[in-house]
Design a protein around this ligand. Sequence first.
Ligand code: CO8
Length: 260
Amino acid sequence: MSYETLLVEQRGAVTLIQLNRPQALNALSSTVMKELIDAFAKFEADDSQGAAVLTGAGEKAFAAGADIGEMADKPATEFFAQAFFDGWQKGIASVVRKPWIAAVNGFALGGGCELAMMADMIIASEKAKFGQPEIKLGVAPGMGGTQRLTRAIGKAKAMDLCLTGRMMDAVEAEKSGLVARILPAEGFVDAVVAIATEIAGMPRLAALLNKEMVNVAFETTLEQGLLYERRTWGILAATEDKAEGMKAFVEKRPAVWKGK
Ligand code: CO8
């Protein structure tokens, strides 16, 4: 299926999704949301695909936020009646089980920063800029910014960014714990796809469960989380890939994964 606001391609076992409204700095309209939900659902359903990369088309932006033009005249009651922002969480963040990376190539502001934070990791180009400038529009982050950013970088920095609306560069974002790695702008997307390819080549069930186990840390007490980890480890211990992985190590040869 071709999309109005996205470019989607498969590079081996990696689905590369590009937000493709560069003239509006890839602002997140409701069409972008619907199309992204569809693209992620197809990625999830396709057994040949093991990881995804989301990035922004054009030189300047990952996404400069929710589409302000679309929101400017919308009455508050309509945001509520249409469950305007719900799809981001219910259609993407909560449902994508395979690993995916946000490759932040430029501005990731407002909803753009929030979308990046839904990914399993953020890899930033040296040109990336992050911020939650919604206060300057008279509002606040609406798709996770106050919650995910605070969990990722702590109260001091999250308050600073939300209350001043200032941007932080890639180096500050990495130091703060928002970003996993910074890569050169030259060849950036190819380099992130190479990392995603490495992840896609991991035993599939182990990848799904490593992701799930880390995410559980944000939802539980330590005691419950540790119990969850031990129980889930038990599931992995029963897989054919566990038997193969350990056998291959002992035999000093590469493992051949079956995904079961
Ligand atoms: N929405 C719609 N259009 C946008 C957006 C946006 N968020 N950001 C930029 N654009 C458009 C501009 O209007 C402009 O269009 P045109 O050429 O037709 O005038 C084009 O993109 C280029 O932008 P600029 O000329 O402004 O480019 P600059 O390089 O001068 O500035 C900035 C770049 C600093 C990124 C600037 O564009 C900017 O400040 N953008 C707005 C950033 C912002 O406030 N984002 C937060 C939006 S609110 C939000 O995300 C709420 C989240 C709550 C839930 C989200 C659900 C998705």
